[in-house]
Design a protein around this ligand. Structure first.
Ligand SMILES: NC(=O)c1ccc[n+]([C@@H]2O[C@H](COP(=O)([O-])OP(=O)(O)OC[C@H]3O[C@@H](n4cnc5c(N)ncnc54)[C@H](O)[C@@H]3O)[C@@H](O)[C@H]2O)c1
Ligand SMILES: [Zn+2]
Length: 357
């Protein structure tokens, strides 16, 4: 098992990652100070079916442990589930020493982290990620839920006590979820590690190549890159925004499609290709990326998407300023920067990009 130390201004914590890392959970719980009165596992129905018994078995009898299972899907990162979790926690007598365990992908990590970050003004939580994507979402302390007006609009920064990433759980992920998570690995490589990017391009020819030690090493590197950025800019006052590479358009696509038929990472993959098309130095990289993504089975963009509606959504992005849309672009591999566009200008470029798809 490998350990990566996350260092942020508000908290340092370990990521334990590797096969059977879940067995580390018991000792992490036993070493908490103050000892927790009780635990609350928040998971979704898919993950619960597969791994809840095992996690409960690892925890054993030494802790009183409650569980809430919610439906799967990003639309469940909602006010309704947030309130349901808070009410459940109150009804089970969780107090300020209690611990929330987020067992699942990024949806559960964000929701459970937000529940923990606001219950009784903030209690501790541990991330137990089960998706490839969650190498990104479980680290860095962004937690929250979606508002009908936009994704991740309500939330808090709240760092976990630990992240325990048991990579054998990834074997049961459906292909499109592997693709979704892999897009964030590609993002980390493009913004910060050219040699990782080159080796992924060479070694990942099909989605089934994402396994074993090469996947583990890519996840570790992705987490290290994220830590490198978050440790300098925990609250996104500056360079943390680079982690949004591909996300301005990606979020707009997800929103327009009502979070159906396309995963987060698949949408972000299109967003990255678009961002690369906007700087002439990276056009070629963008074209090659598009070909590679297509060969890995990333779905094409729906022809029904409306460019003006996508632009409207991009104007509501959290980074947008005075009606201008902020995009993260690359000068070259590993060199991200922020570029501001007037909506009309970006609309023309996006129309041209979508026509070429
Ligand atoms: N907080 C952050 O910094 C951050 C960063 C990136 C993304 N996110 C958020 O993460 C979310 C996306 O995360 P995600 O892609 O993990 O989605 P997810 O949590 O919805 O999981 C995707 C699907 O896979 C299923 N699943 C999870 N683990 C499984 C396993 N081991 N085997 C089989 N099925 C499994 C889930 O039930 C779900 O149906 C989005 O809401 C996004 O906004 C947050
Ligand atoms: Zn993302």
């Amino acid at each position: 098992m490998n350990t990566i130390q996350i260092t942020t201004p508000s908290k340092n914590y370990p990521v334990f990652i590797g096969e059977n890392a879940i067995w580390k959970l018991k000792s992490v719980l036993e070493n908490l100070n103050p000892a927790p009165k009780n635990l609350l596992i928040i998971t979704d129905e898919n993950v619960g079916k597969l791994y809840l018994n095992e996690v409960q078995h690892v925890i054993g009898e030494s802790f009183s442990c409650e569980t809430i299972q919610i439906q799967a899907g990003d639309d469940q990162k909602s006010f309704e589930n947030y309130i349901a979790c808070q009410s459940f926690a109150l009804s089970k007598g969780l107090d300020r020493t209690s611990i929330v365990l987020a067992l699942g992908g990024g949806m559960i990590g964000d929701l459970a982290g937000f529940v923990a970050g606001t219950y009784m003004r903030g209690i501790r939580f541990i991330q137990l990620p089960t998706t490839i994507l969650a190498h990104d979402s479980a680290v860095g302390g962004k937690t929250g839920i979606n508002h009908p007006e936009g994704k991740n609009m309500i939330g808090v920064f709240h760092q976990p006590e630990a992240v325990i990433y048991s990579t054998e759980f990834l074997a049961t992920l459906p292909q499109h979820e592997k693709r979704s998570g892999f897009a964030e690995v590609i993002k980390h490589a493009l913004i910060a590690d050219e040699s990782l990017y080159q080796s992924l391009c060479k070694n990942v020819q099909t989605i089934d190549d994402l396994n074993g030690d090469s996947l583990l090493q890519a996840l570790i590197r992705g987490i290290e890159i994220k830590n490198g950025i978050v440790s300098q800019d925990e609250k996104e006052k500056g360079i943390r925004a680079f982690l949004n590479f591909g996300h301005t358009l990606g979020h707009a696509i997800e929103g327009e499609l009502q979070y159906k038929g396309i995963t987060h990472g698949e949408a972000v993959a299109h967003g990255m290709a678009f961002a690369l098309s906007l700087n002439e130095n990276t056009v070629q990289i963008g074209n090659e990326l598009k070909k590679w993504l297509k060969s890995l089975g990333y779905p094409p963009l729906s022809k029904t998407l409306s460019v003006p509606l996508l632009i409207e959504r991009m104007k509501k992005d959290k980074k947008a300023e005075k009606g201008n849309i902020q995009m993260v672009l690359l000068k070259e591999l590993e060199k991200p920067y922020l570029s501001s566009y007037q909506a009309e200008e970006l609309e023309i470029k996006l129309s041209a990009f979508l026509e070429g798809n």
